[in-house]
Design a protein around this ligand. Structure first.
Ligand SMILES: NC(=O)c1ccc[n+]([C@@H]2O[C@H](COP(=O)([O-])OP(=O)(O)OC[C@H]3O[C@@H](n4cnc5c(N)ncnc54)[C@H](O)[C@@H]3O)[C@@H](O)[C@H]2O)c1
Length: 373
């Protein structure tokens, strides 16, 4: 039989114990909830403020960890918390380098039981949920994107709730749409995206926040801009051009861009993205006035990044062959992020300006090319 008992915020604030619960769980702070039912009908009791014990020695599982972002984040987290305390997972085969750098396991986010087993057997306390189909790939395969991005998220949310995990789910500039204010885009505004990727990310933001408010789940979400990295490939998003342009500039000094030259989008160097994620995961819960934050760094157009690359490679020639799907997605996205709440609440500050990002990317792409030759 299902029984639901939730302590109301008003009464919780003034009582030391939740009188409705048989276990008499001490109420540690106003937002704490205690309950005897969860979406998977397991007994869940969230009684401790999640930011105290867990942030010291977390054991982290990263889903979808073999894409553009997971390996670098694992490297940073392992430096901080120890190699064996950070487990990378994905449904594809890791390279030898990744496999030898620390624990890796197979995990399909659509397999609830396997995920649950992994979390329990490895005493996971933080879950970083990176599995997703990105914007352009998602539009080409809506049914799969819906399953991975929505059903997969539901599995992860339930497991996080049942095991009292800190859950990080990235969102995106793609969570906004043509009716959102675009320059700048604030944290709270109209969100009516027109892609399955965006719709699934808005769903993730809302259900994560709902679980936080209703059950006390330590849900944390950052809206990443387009991420620029030299040694990992982008996974089929609309901002991928901003990675490819560096490789083509170094390799052939020509680049064919699928977006119009004046398409402005928020972007970020991958080091800033990893650092933001770590700092946000470590931020004491009491400092967070939101559970979903924009994070900004730089904002540029194809012609602006090309001009900056030309200060290093003057011969670079850029042509434009528009991809209608990606152009219409980009035209509905923010041109700049307002990230003032992240800066105020947990001290977010990007390190890379456009000139620094371009110099670093060219240096890294050249170094990689030399290593391969
Ligand atoms: N890279 C960016 O520019 C960017 C920007 C905004 C937000 N994000 C978000 O950050 C996260 C990571 O992005 P990324 O660029 O590394 O993505 P990516 O596409 O490069 O990698 C995603 C990974 O998910 C894995 N995956 C797919 N289906 C899976 C399943 N059923 N079970 C487990 N894993 C599965 C894929 O194998 C892939 O390795 C995503 O949630 C994405 O939405 C990325």
């Amino acid at each position: 039989m299902l029984s639901v008992r939730v302590c109301s915020p008003g009464s919780a604030a003034s009582l030391r114990f939740c009188l409705g619960c048989t276990n008499k769980i001490p109420l540690m702070r106003e937002s704490t909830r205690c309950m005897s039912w969860s979406p998977r009908q397991l007994r869940v009791q969230i009684s401790n403020p999640p930011d105290t014990v867990k942030s010291e020695h977390p054991r982290v599982l990263i889903t979808g960890g073999l894409g553009q972002l997971g390996v670098g984040l694992a490297r940073l987290l392992r430096k901080q918390y120890g190699k064996n305390n950070v487990i990378l997972s994905d449904i594809k085969k890791p390279s030898d380098e990744v496999y030898n750098s620390g624990p890796f396991v197979y995990a399909d986010v659509l397999d609830y039981k396997n995920l649950q087993e992994l979390v329990i057997n490895n005493r996971i306390t933080w879950l970083v949920h990176y599995s997703a189909l990105l914007s352009a790939i998602g539009e080409a395969n809506v049914a799969l994107a819906r399953r991975v991005n929505i059903t997969g998220l539901h599995n992860v949310l339930d497991i996080a709730l049942e095991n009292r995990l800190r859950l990080f789910v990235p969102s995106t500039i793609g969570a906004f749409g043509p009716t959102s204010p675009r320059d700048p885009t604030p944290d709270l505004c109209i969100q009516r995206p027109r892609t399955i990727y965006g719709v699934s990310k808005v769903h993730a933001e809302l259900i994560g926040e709902y679980f936080h408010h209703k059950y006390g789940l330590d849900f944390r979400c950052l809206r990443y801009p387009g991420i620029i990295s030299a040694d990992t490939e982008p996974g089929g998003g609309t901002t991928d051009y901003a990675v490819k342009i560096f490789h083509d500039a170094v390799n052939s000094k020509t680049f064919d861009c699928y977006l119009r030259p004046d398409t402005r989008l928020p972007m970020m160097h991958i080091s800033d993205c990893h650092r933001a994620t770590l700092e946000f995961l470590q931020a004491p819960a009491g400092q967070l006035t939101l559970r979903t934050y924009n994070i900004g760094a730089v904002s540029f157009t194809p012609e602006e990044v090309a001009a900056e690359i030309r200060s290093h490679i003057p011969e670079l020639r850029v042509t434009y062959t528009l991809d209608a799907v990606r152009q219409s997605i980009a035209d509905s996205w923010p041109r700049r992020f307002d990230d003032s709440n992240a800066r105020r609440d947990w001290g977010w500050k990007p390190s890379f300006s456009l000139p620094e990002l371009v110099s670093d990317m060219l240096r890294s792409v050249r170094a990689q090319r030399e290593k391969e030759s």
